[in-house]
Design a protein around this ligand. Structure first.
Ligand code: C2E
Ligand code: MG
Ligand code: MG
Length: 646
């Protein structure tokens, strides 16, 4: 605001006469004045006068006739220097931002000086308090964890980098990573609001024990990190972690209960040329080791843990190199609508065409997940699947595309931005995308995953719980996560037709899905018996080797044709009315003679008796007629399993 720069010499306040120039000046919302070539104010606008009065300024010393170059205070001198440069023609304009202090509040302003044709200048004082405040709030939000107001892990990594770079020789820097043990259980039992409250209380306690120079940050979920830029000589690393964890010893009291917490803490101590990432990875490894030992303990990183860190870094690097070399590919497995018997979607499954041979997901996804390489890999998978989905759609093949997301991906802060970016850049429609997360991932039930599920649905895409039935507490997830699809794990589908308990499980998952407004996809459909049982149960969709194996995109159209033909054929041959009576008679006669399926098929084809789909007879279609006949007229001792296979 202008008050600070007003000259000391008294001058009468005045407006710019009454002409259009004055009206124009008065229309400007910011305090504005016009100065002549010597810096003397020759006009001020209404806002200038109002602002001066509001700030208790003296118009006789700040109005027309005073000189803008007669200033007091440091920011004022800088403005005067800029104004002088503009008036001397050395530069056409000048902008300067400055803090200013009104009697009741602090603020920020900026002065804008522009040359006027014919000499002199226009000086505007703009109040930028609101912009500066929101920028500062943004800066704070970028650096702090919103829940605890501690620094976030990224900021801590930056500070750790600085600490390592600026440490004196022989001085050592320590990092301790503390993870609360079984915190998901606390969340489950007390609810997430109480869990958040507890995390704030933990942050408060840990912060209470800091030494001068220490920095405390919150990482993901229940993880806190302490940075001690300079360790005391001879300081024992384990001691640093134990001191930190000891602050949690007293139980935490909430309004209704008291909670005892333990933590697993890992500590690493080092110095340059180690990087911040190295030291944090070491502390993390030590924490994992502490947790593996049962929790409630502290471990210092030691070279014995080293191979794991190095192996992990190497794995991450390898995946990144593989991505750079374009070694990853997606295969697509058809998903069939069991009611219409049409392929309505695919699941994208990643393959690594490694120079040493093809690698299946089980060989690299768990490592990628552990090392963090899953994030760039998952990003590639998502984008490639969306690109392919959009390309099929443009060519008239409308398919839903399912993409698997790992735990790290679904809880990554950028998951939703990444998703919408993939959809927009590829032109894939959101309704066609299904995001699959395995049930075991959701066992590590976190607020982040739940928010991601809700946001995915808000984008218009769908969510699926994969391998349903293999985790525990499945019903809990259904209540908590907005789910569009349940994928029944293939171990239950495998038992259809032979195991009564599996049939009961699958049937109840089908009705469970329905009761929460979701649909069911049965995984691992390998036989026609399983397929028929799923249809009888009203399961909406199925996927499995019977219906099509995962294939590269170029082979998918053919795979779809094969799948739909197989199902149409099955439909035709299992419905007795659909098989021509003459064919049924031939099958029955030859069956009585003990002929093989191959022989019966050949006889039917020789006699020109076609199946209703118009295709030639083969072993499988004869076998279906045989089994229908057997169901209708059981013949003791007829057609054993061995023959049926032949
Ligand atoms: P999933 O998502 O449950 O995928 C189904 C797996 O079962 C696939 O194995 C598929 O090839 C296999 N499968 C399909 N039908 C049958 C069948 O009839 N019988 C049998 N025995 N198996 C069948 P795959 O491709 O080896 O993938 C294994 C797992 O790796 C996937 O299980 C998924 O959890 C994970 N995965 C695959 N691609 C990705 C990916 O891009 N990202 C992530 N995060 N995970 C992926
Ligand atoms: Mg899947
Ligand atoms: Mg699965």
């Amino acid at each position: 605001m202008p008050g600070q720069f007003f000259p000391e010499t008294p001058a009468p306040a005045s407006a710019f006469g009454t002409g259009p120039a004055a009206a124009l000046l008065d229309a400007l919302p910011e305090p504005t004045c016009v100065v002549d070539g010597s810096g003397t104010l020759i006009a001020v606008n209404r806002a200038w006068i109002d602002s001066c009065l509001a700030r208790g300024g003296d118009l006789s010393r700040a109005g027309v006739g005073s000189n803008h170059l007669d200033v007091c205070g440091e920011p004022g001198r800088q403005v005067a220097t800029g104004l002088r440069a503009v008036l001397d023609g050395a530069q056409p304009s000048f902008v300067h931002a400055y803090p200013c202090h009104a009697p009741d509040a602090s603020g920020w302003g900026s002065v804008h000086v522009h040359t006027l044709p014919g000499g002199g200048a226009l000086v505007r004082h703009v109040d930028t308090t609101a912009q500066v405040q929101s920028l500062r709030a943004l800066e704070r939000a970028e650096q702090h964890d919103p829940l605890t107001d501690l620094l976030n892990r990224r900021q801590l990594t930056n500070r750790l980098g600085l600490a390592l770079a600026s440490a004196e020789p022989y001085s050592r820097t320590a990092v301790a990573v503390l993870g609360l043990d079984r915190f998901t259980r606390v969340n489950e039992c007390l609810g997430h609001d109480a869990g958040d409250e507890l995390l704030r209380a933990v942050a408060h306690r840990l912060a209470g024990g800091l030494l001068p120079g220490d920095v405390l940050a919150r990482g993901d979920g229940d993880e806190f990190t302490l940075l001690r830029p300079r360790c005391a000589p001879g300081q024992d690393a384990v001691q640093i972690g134990e001191d930190l964890a000891r602050r949690l010893q007293e139980p935490f009291r909430t309004a209704t209960t008291s909670v005892s917490l333990t933590a697993s803490t890992g500590v690493a101590v080092g110095q340059a040329p180690q990087t911040a990432e190295d030291l944090l990875a070491h502390a993390d490894d030590a924490r994992i080791d502490a947790r593996r030992g049962g929790g409630g303990r502290t471990r210092a990183w030691s070279p014995q843990l080293r191979p794991r860190s190095i192996a992990r870094l190497r794995q991450e690097e390898e995946v990144r190199e593989g991505l750079d070399r374009g070694e990853f590919a997606l295969h697509y497995q058809p998903v069939v609508d069991l009611r219409s018997r049409r392929v309505t979607g695919v699941e994208a499954l990643v393959r690594w065409e490694h120079p040493d041979g093809l690698r299946m997901p089980a060989a690299f996804i768990p490592h990628a997940e552990q090392s963090g390489a899953i994030v760039p890999l998952g990003k590639w998978v998502l984008r490639e699947a969306c690109r392919q989905g959009a390309a099929w759609s443009r060519s008239g093949l409308q398919l839903d595309v399912a993409v698997n997301f790992s735990a790290r991906q679904i809880t990554h802060p950028d998951v939703i931005t990444g998703l919408s970016e993939a959809l927009t850049t590829t032109g894939m429609s959101a309704e066609r995308l299904l995001v699959e997360v395995t049930e075991s991932t959701l066992v590590e039930d976190t607020e982040l995953a739940r928010e991601a599920f809700a946001a995915i649905r808000a984008l218009g895409a769908r969510t699926a719980i994969d391998d349903f039935g293999t985790g525990y507490g499945s019903l809990l997830y259904l209540k908590r996560y907005p789910v569009s699809v349940l994928k029944v794990d293939r171990q239950f589908v495998a038992g259809l037709g032979s195991r009564k308990d599996d049939e009961a499980i699958v049937a109840s998952v089908v009705s469970l899905a329905r009761s929460v407004g979701a649909v069911c996809i049965a995984e691992g459909v390998e036989t026609l018996e399983q397929y028929a049982a799923l249809r009888r149960m009203g399961c909406e969709s199925g996927q499995g080797y019977l219906l099509g194996r995962p294939v590269p995109s170029a082979q998918l159209p053919l795979s779809i044709v094969d799948c739909e033909r197989l199902l149409a054929d099955h439909e035709a041959t299992t419905s007795p009315q659909a098989v021509p009576a003459a064919a049924v008679a031939v099958v029955r006669d030859l069956l009585a003679e003990g002929a093989s399926l191959q022989t019966i098929a050949a006889a039917l084809n020789r006699q020109g008796l076609r199946s209703t789909t118009g295709t030639r007879w083969h072993k499988a279609s004869v076998a279906r007629v045989v089994s229908t006949l057997r169901r209708e007229h059981p013949v003791p001792g007829s057609y054993g399993a061995g023959r049926a296979a032949g």
